[in-house]
Write a protein that binds this ligand. Structure first.
Ligand code: G3P
Ligand code: CA
Length: 330
């Protein structure tokens, strides 16, 4: 090759290298992201490793982990501080309920929790399945697992498939944990750090509903992770400027993002534009194909939130449908 052609050769070589390298769309977060809410929970019992593996196969960007501590300080992947609406704890350990008749994750060791069967979510008083058309209650053999076990599954799959799917852990009930003498954020941050999740480039988004706790994570623990402030009550949407002092994004309820006008047409509230103005990403929860509220269809729900309201990503129980929708609209 002559010297004259050398720059062209270099250019071609760099083009090949760039096109062979798996593109990490999620780290820079310029694309809209799909977050598997409790895994592919529309199809398999929530927060089981099976539902996480299924979500992984659906090519989501992030898989969510809600976290509660066991008696022996192991972060367990489960949505509530209670066990009795997703496990057989009431049959297995009937004498271990508290005076409020609830069974608490924090009263059981990791080994005891591993003995429990996980089932599709149900109402512990009536025994009725919450989403009747989902995975049949009391079928299958599913177990609880720790944050470490889930990270090892996702990292293992990333290695074996060449993908780069992220984790999206949530610190649950920090005040409750504190009353029980436990610092859940400290324990979770240590585990994340052990697995290499320390900065915004590490494909981990940490979320919490408790604003004081998320601020503490940024300021007291000096975490450099991408932090998302979850929003439950409408009045919290007025605190965006404060959230922007420590968070990178917000996770509002979808009804805070869009509403129907007098002509019964969906239109965005001011929330997304205000958040974007402050440099905050917006990831509303939760898009469900079997519970799409006042929308005419799940498609209308996806279109209104992702296109009309221009959010940056969504939590969904049906990740395959949102992945397909975004592919079509890309
Ligand atoms: O964490 C955001 C999303 O998961 C909604 O909250 O109650 O399902 O944990 P939740
Ligand atoms: Ca959550």
């Amino acid at each position: 090759m002559s010297c004259k052609n050398y720059p062209l050769f270099l250019w071609l070589l760099s083009l090949i290298i760039i096109s062979c390298k798996p593109v990490n769309k999620t780290t820079t977060m310029t694309k809209k992201i799909v977050i598997a809410h409790r895994g592919a929970s529309g199809y398999l019992p929530e927060h089981t490793l099976e539902s996480k593996a299924m979500a992984f196969g659906m090519n989501v960007n992030y898989i969510e982990q809600d976290l509660v501590l066991s008696k022996d300080n192991i972060p367990i992947v489960i949505h509530d501080i209670y066990l009795d609406d997703v496990t057989n704890v009431a049959e297995k350990y009937p004498e271990r309920k508290r005076v409020d008749n609830r069974f608490y994750v924090i009263d059981f060791t990791y080994n005891e929790l591993k003995e429990l069967k996980v089932v599709e979510r149900f109402n512990p008083i009536t025994g009725e399945q919450v989403y009747p058309n989902r995975f049949p209650k009391n079928k299958g053999t599913f177990r609880l697992h720790s944050l470490s076990e889930e990270i090892e599954l996702i990292k293992g799959l990333n290695k074996s498939t060449g993908k780069n799917i992220g984790i999206y852990p949530e610190i649950k009930a920090p005040k409750f944990h504190q009353k029980e003498g436990k610092d859940i954020s400290k324990i979770v941050l240590n585990i994340l750090s052990k697995y290499g999740y320390t900065s915004k480039a590490d494909n981990c988004i940490l979320q919490c509903f408790n604003a004081k706790e998320l601020e503490r994570i940024r300021k007291e623990f000096t975490s450099n992770l991408f932090l998302v402030q979850l929003i439950e009550h409408p009045e919290e949407t007025k605190k965006l400027t404060h959230f922007a002092t420590y968070a990178d994004g917000i996770g509002p309820w979808y009804k805070q993002v869009v509403l129907k006008n007098k002509q019964q047409k969906w239109e965005p509230t001011s929330l997304v534009a205000a958040a974007h103005e402050l440099g905050l990403k917006v990831h509303p929860y939760t898009l469900r194909a079997d519970d799409f509220g006042d929308f005419k269809s799940f498609n209308e729900m996806m279109e209104t939130l992702l296109i009309t309201a221009n959010v940056d990503g969504v939590f969904t129980d049906f990740p395959d449908l949102v992945v397909q929708f975004l592919k079509k609209t890309d």
